[in-house]
Design a protein around this ligand. Structure first.
Ligand SMILES: Cc1cc2nc3c(=O)[nH]c(=O)nc-3n(C[C@H](O)[C@H](O)[C@H](O)COP(=O)(O)O)c2cc1C
Length: 165
């Protein structure tokens, strides 16, 4: 029988959520990685995705400053390292270097992307909308690569756990 629930409980009930590492270019030119589960497809023509980012973190301000971002849907070998990208800020930590996450140049955008991913989206900022304490950034996909042999990680239990399905 259904009962009233909170938005947090709804998110747990609808897990697993798709997961990725969002990359942006830091001021010093290096790449910042942020754990993200609130991303979604928006349209196919042109291909666009949306990412909802808290106003508190570094990544949203870097998207606004540079007009671009990458989204790497990473594989199971990054289960622990990718989770750590959700527990600290690129303001103080070079996450890729510190957590040993391999990066490579993107084809069309400045921030690097995660090597060996299942899918990598390269996006140009096409618009944004305020949504409470988050901002929804709309990204037009300008390059797209994938490898179906990589097992995708999903988010379970809010920010607590990543796993394959
Ligand atoms: C599994 C997981 C999913 C997350 N999803 C989001 C998300 O969709 N939006 C968001 O703003 N933060 C999300 N976070 C939290 C950010 O990754 C975290 O606030 C991070 O420290 C921000 O990094 P930055 O300051 O380098 O941008 C998630 C964290 C985890 C562990």
């Amino acid at each position: 029988m259904m009962k009233e629930i909170t938005i947090g409980q709804a998110q747990r009930l609808t897990a697993p959520a798709p997961f990725g590492l969002l990359s942006t270019r830091r001021e010093d030119g290096s790449t910042n990685l942020m754990a993200i589960s609130w991303w979604t497809y928006l349209t196919n023509h042109p291909p666009m995705i949306g990412v909802a980012l808290s106003k508190k973190g570094l990544s949203g301000s870097r998207i606004e400053a540079t007009g671009e971002f990458g989204l790497s849907v990473v594989g199971e070998e990054l289960k622990e390292a990718a989770l750590r990208c959700g527990a600290c800020s690129g303001r103080t930590v070079d996450k890729a270097a510190q957590f040993g996450i391999p990066l490579e140049a993107a084809a069309q955008v400045a921030p690097e992307v995660v090597s060996g991913s299942r899918v990598v989206f390269e996006c140009r900022l096409a618009g944004q909308a305020e949504a409470g304490d988050h901002v929804l950034y709309l990204g037009e996909v300008v390059a797209l690569r994938g490898d179906e042999s990589v097992r995708q990680l999903f988010a379970y239990d809010g920010y607590a756990r990543l796993d394959t399905v």
